[in-house]
Ligand binder design. Structure first.
Ligand code: COA
Length: 259
């Protein structure tokens, strides 16, 4: 593996750090390939219960797709670059464990789009978010025109994509783009607390919950509800479900095994 992505494990947690701090973690082909491979591998690893995605250094989660790498791209190369970005976002979105984005600074352009593929986001008070692609004569290419609207509503998404405005963490919280804003130095600890809480639950239940929420988003409500019923019933066949209910009745903490 290269060096543009650091992947660490802390028990059931996976911590991934975008690692091009000199370039504010701008997303080039190498970093996207490493993200793709990392999520592919983690998604096959049943010991992962939750992942955290953040950026190296003190300034950025990721300040966008790498403009230096894009400057000479042909239309065909741009198409392939966009498809790679989409594949990475899709892997994050479909990973069988929650992925929490810890936005430690700029999350712009492709950086904001990778963040939007995460299940939910916590931001440092220093974070700045936006889709400034129109300033470069392009549009978001890793799903920003679609996922931003799904997260914050179509009016606000249009406004951000058309103006290229960069907003601060408090405004991002106000419009529902991030779930919480925390002091810069407390971001990692706060996100780890939430990830650890999630990891203490039945992993199979969390995976099904993520799958059903995601799969149900763009289908009619009755179809989405049928997906929920199917997953709900399926979980009754698991040891975790038996353990969870038994532990409640025995007034003790459940010991989930992910089976
Ligand atoms: N692509 C490539 N390189 C980038 C980059 C990007 N998206 N964003 C930052 N960098 C590089 C800078 O070129 C600079 O490299 P250098 O030191 O070799 O010159 C380095 O990262 C530090 O960035 P700098 O601009 O000096 O930091 P700053 O604090 O003055 O400004 C930003 C920070 C985020 C406001 C500014 O870097 C910026 O506007 N970046 C582009 C944002 C963008 O348009 N993203 C969408 C791309 S589709």
């Amino acid at each position: 593996m290269g060096t543009t992505l650091i992947t660490e494990r802390d028990g059931a947690l996976a911590l991934l750090t975008l690692n091009r701090p000199d370039k504010l973690n701008a997303l080039n082909a190498e970093l996207l390939a490493e993200l793709d491979a990392a999520f592919e591998a983690l998604s096959r690893d049943a010991t992962v219960a939750c992942a955290i995605l953040t950026g190296a250094g003190d300034k950025a989660f990721a300040a966008g797709a790498d403009i230096a790498a894009m400057v000479e791209m042909t239309t065909e190369q741009a198409r392939a670059f966009s498809e790679t970005g989409h594949r990475v976002c899709s892997r994050i979105e479909r990973a069988p464990f929650p992925v929490i984005g810890a936005l430690n600074g700029f999350a712009l352009g492709g950086g904001c789009e990778i963040a939007l593929a995460c299940d939910f986001l916590y931001a440092s008070e220093k974070a700045k978010l936006g889709q400034p692609e129109v300033n470069l004569g392009i549009i978001p290419g890793f799903g920003g025109t679609q996922r931003l609207a799904r997260r914050v509503g179509i009016g606000r998404a249009r406004e951000l994509c058309y103006t290229g405005d960069v907003i601060g963490a408090d405004e991002a919280l106000r419009i529902g783009l991030v779930n919480a804003v925390v002091p810069h130095g407390e971001l990692t600890a706060k996100v780890k607390d939430v990830a650890t809480k999630i990891a203490s639950k039945g992993r199979l239940a969390i995976a099904q919950c993520k799958r059903v929420v995601f799969s149900g988003e763009d289908v009619p409500l009755d179809v989405a509800n049928a997906l929920e019923t199917q997953a709900f019933a399926m979980l009754f066949g698991t040891d975790d479900r038996r353990e969870g209910m038994k532990a409640f009745l025995e007034k003790r903490k459940a010991d989930f095994k992910g089976r």
